[in-house]
Design a protein around this ligand. Structure first.
Ligand SMILES: [Zn+2]
Length: 383
């Protein structure tokens, strides 16, 4: 089936691109706007100076009160507000949570039913809803380039997916990331870094997605450390590109085991998303390198997976497994993020619960099968 998964929204990526917002809203004839924004990001990124006059000249509904890692209760409040206003356009400003929240509200709000039914996949989205303009203020999640959005219903994490969730326009202005502190810069950058690694080995990968991920991987290897420790406009711009390319890659391939395992670490131990994914990416690299015909999930066969893993090792460690693994570790340490589960408070007795929380469907996109026992053996040394 042909889907629009490899169609990408028009992206204006470059310093100052936020100044094009007015022009875009005129083109869309948007007189009423629904803004989903991370309020501190709006105030402190420099967005307010540019956006205040644009929004003040239109009827703008603000939605700013929501938790990180979108919760269904927040989506429900947003949807009620959205349905009362019926906006001509939706604007998202912030990191992955704000962007996913805007997708969830615009997606669910444009249907008739209860948001939870769409969030959990019980019902499919039908009406497309108003155009979405996405303005990222971090470099990492790639949410602006994907047709899915994460939502938590209780402790359970769902990924709502539909072609109409792909934003219609992206204004990616790296100047908005200049005030982002080292911690969030590191965590969001690690998300892009891990997405590019996972995307290369993913069962869902294609030649096109591998192209994006390799480029994203090289850019993050070269620029993440500088963007965190001694940020320069060039390093910020490069990380914005890396994040967006990684987003385009996972929009096609989806993510794999490190992402699948990370969600419960984030919710139960409060570890920022990208840092939680990075905790296990090396361990799963080691596991995936052992792929053979019996353990292979990829219908293209173990040889095809090995070829992609060889590309990955080439870019990460000049072809050597050990060099690649230490390069991953060193990068995480240099930008002051944890490398061991023990460092974030995970104890031996927590592991079965964390493993039990892993979404099995997501694991089928990992190139090598993994049982709960294997995962335990893989993760114990990280305590
Ligand atoms: Zn991620």
């Amino acid at each position: 089936m042909k889907t629009n998964q490899s169609i990408h929204p028009p992206v204006l990526l470059g310093n100052g691109s936020l100044h094009r917002l007015e022009e875009l809203l005129i083109r869309l004839d948007a007189k009423t706007v629904f803004l989903v924004a991370d309020e501190p990001a709006y105030k402190f990124s420099g967005a307010a100076q540019v956006m205040d006059p644009v929004l003040q000249s239109r009827h703008t509904t603000w939605f700013t009160e929501f938790a990180l890692n979108p919760k269904i209760a927040d989506v429900e409040r947003g949807v009620a507000l959205f349905r009362n206003n019926r906006p001509d356009a939706v604007i998202a400003l912030g990191g992955g949570s704000a962007i996913d929240m805007a997708k969830l509200i615009a997606g669910c709000g444009s249907q008739e039913g209860e948001p939870a039914d769409y969030g959990t996949g019980k019902k499919k989205l039908e009406a497309a809803g108003p155009p979405k303009i996405v303005i990222p203020t971090t470099s990492g999640t790639g949410s602006e380039a994907t047709h899915f959005a994460v939502v938590y219903v209780g402790e359970d994490k769902f990924s709502m997916a539909h072609p109409s969730l792909l934003p219609e326009y992206v204004l990616y202005d790296p100047a908005l990331t200049h005030s982002l502190p080292p911690g969030p810069t590191a965590a969001s950058g690690l998300d892009a870094f891990c997405q590019s690694i996972e995307s290369i080995w993913a069962v869902g990968s294609t030649e096109e997605s591998v192209g994006y991920s390799v480029e994203a991987l090289d850019l993050s290897l070269k620029n993440l450390e500088t963007a965190v420790l001694k940020p320069t406009p060039e390093a910020r711009l490069a990380m914005a590109k890396a994040a967006h390319l990684a987003g385009k890659a996972i929009n096609i391939s989806k993510t794999t085991a490190p992402h699948a395992f990370s969600y419960a670490v984030t919710t139960r131990f409060g570890v920022p998303h990208g840092a939680a994914v990075a905790l296990t990416v090396g361990a799963f690299l080691r596991h995936n390198l052992g792929v053979d015909d019996d353990s292979c999930n990829d219908p293209r066969g173990a040889e095809a997976v090995k070829k992609r893993l060889a590309i990955l090792l080439q870019h990460l460690g000049e072809g050597s497994e050990e060099t690649a693994l230490s390069r991953i570790r060193e990068l995480i340490v240099k930008i002051n993020c944890p490398t061991r589960l023990g460092e974030v408070g995970v104890k031996r007795e927590d592991l079965p619960g964390l493993i039990g929380a892993v979404n099995l469907e997501r694991l089928s996109n990992n190139p090598r099968k993994i049982t709960a026992e294997q995962m335990l053996a893989l993760l114990e040394p990280l305590l």
